[in-house]
Design a binder for this molecule. Structure first.
Ligand code: AMP
Length: 306
C-alpha cells in the first residue's frame, strides 16, 4: 500500500455557527464557531478533510473564505434560506464552567446532509455535536467507514436521549466531556458512567476533562493524557471539537486505529485543543502549523514520562 492510499480522508459533520462569547475578561459577538468548524480546522492539519454542514444567507463571505483557504473541502457545505445557527456562551471565573445563554438552530432545523461521492467510502467519520437525527443520516450514507467518532452535548442528550443512544451504539468511539459523560451515563462516578456508554457498543470512550486532560477508555483499560499547563486561557470554546478533529485526523494520517495510534491521537487532540483556547474563536487554530503541533507534542511526552 502506498502512502497516499494509507492516508485516510476525514468526513466531519456538525454545526457552523456565529457565536456570542463572554469571558470574565472580554467578549466577542458573531464570531466564527460551531462544532464542524473547530473539528475541520483541526483535522485538516493532519489529513484531507471534507466538511458537511449548513449556513444561512447571513453567513459572512470572510468566514467562508477562511475555511476554503485552509484546504477544507466545502463541496457539501449547503447555503440555505434563513439564518445561520447561533449560540451564546458565558464563562465563569473558573473557565471550566460555562452557561449557554441562547441557542438558535435556524437553518439546522431543516438540514438534510449529503456526503459527496468522493468521500462516501472508506472514510474516517466525525459526527460532531449536532442533532442526532442528522448524525444518523450521515451514518446511513457512509460505506465501510474506517473509524467513526461521535460527540454530543447536554442540549441533545436531554432533548433526545434515545436517538443519541442509537448513534452511540453505531460508532467506534464516543467523545464527551466529564459532565456530559455523567449526564448520559446517569452516574456521578466517571468509571461507572463510562461503563454505561461502553455497554451500548462503542469500543472506546474518550472523556475530556478540561484543564485536567483526557482519558481514553476501552476493555484494554485506561490511558490518561495531561492538558497543557497554560497560564492564560482566553476562550475555551471549541476545545472539545478541536480535540476530536485532531484525534480523528491523526488516526486518518496514520491509517491505523490500533491502541498505539489511539494513544497518540489523544495526545494530538490535547495539543491542538491547548492552542485553540489561546485566543477567541478560531483565531489561533486557523493559524496553527504542523511545526507548532509537533513541538508541543514532544513536550507532552516529557510531562508524562517517569
Ligand atoms: P465546545 O466548546 O467544544 O462545546 O464547542 C462549542 C461550539 O459548539 C460553539 O462554537 C457553538 O457554536 C457550538 N455549539 C454550541 N451548542 C451547540 C449545540 N447544541 N449543537 C451543536 N453545536 C453547538
Amino acid at each position: 500500500m502506498t502512502d497516499s492510499e494509507r492516508l485516510g480522508r476525514v468526513v466531519a459533520i456538525g454545526t457552523i455557527g456565529l457565536d456570542d462569547i463572554e469571558t470574565p475578561q472580554a467578549s466577542a459577538n458573531g464570531v466564527l464557531g460551531g462544532s464542524a468548524t473547530y473539528a475541520c480546522l483541526a483535522s485538516r492539519l493532519f489529513a484531507p478533510t471534507t466538511m458537511s454542514s449548513v449556513v444561512g444567507q447571513d453567513f459572512p463571505a470572510s468566514h467562508r473564505e477562511l475555511l476554503a483557504g485552509r484546504d477544507i473541502d466545502l463541496s457539501s457545505l449547503e447555503t440555505a434560506d434563513g439564518r445561520t445557527f447561533r449560540w451564546g456562551g458565558r464563562y465563569a471565573e473558573n473557565m471550566n464552567v460555562r452557561e449557554t445563554t441562547f441557542v438558535e438552530l435556524n437553518v439546522l432545523e431543516h438540514f438534510d446532509p449529503q456526503v459527496p461521492r468522493h468521500a462516501v467510502a472508506d472514510s474516517f467519520v466525525f459526527l460532531g455535536n449536532t442533532d442526532p437525527n442528522i448524525q444518523l443520516r450521515i451514518l446511513d450514507q457512509v460505506v465501510n467507514p474506517r473509524f467513526v467518532v461521535v460527540d454530543s452535548m447536554d442540549f441533545w442528550i436531554e432533548g433526545n436521549r434515545q436517538q443519541v443512544s442509537n448513534v452511540f451504539s453505531r460508532c467506534d468511539c464516543v467523545v464527551l466531556n466529564d459532565e456530559e459523560a455523567r449526564l448520559f451515563g446517569g452516574h456521578a462516578n466517571i468509571p461507572r458512567a463510562v461503563r454505561t456508554i461502553l455497554d451500548l457498543g462503542p469500543t472506546y470512550v474518550v472523556v475530556k476533562r478540561g484543564e485536567f486532560g483526557a482519558a481514553l477508555v476501552s476493555d484494554h483499560g485506561w490511558f490518561f493524557a495531561p492538558a497543557y499547563p497554560l497560564e492564560e486561557v482566553v476562550d475555551p470554546t471549541g476545545a472539545g471539537d478541536a480535540f476530536a478533529g485532531a484525534f480523528l485526523g491523526s488516526l486518518a494520517a496514520a491509517g491505523a486505529t490500533d491502541q498505539a495510534a489511539l494513544r497518540r491521537a489523544v495526545v494530538y487532540g490535547s495539543v491542538v485543543a491547548s492552542f485553540t483556547v489561546e485566543a477567541f474563536s478560531v483565531d489561533r487554530l486557523a493559524e496553527l502549523t504542523r511545526h507548532d503541533i509537533d513541538s508541543r507534542y514532544v513536550e507532552f511526552g516529557e510531562f508524562a514520562a517517569f
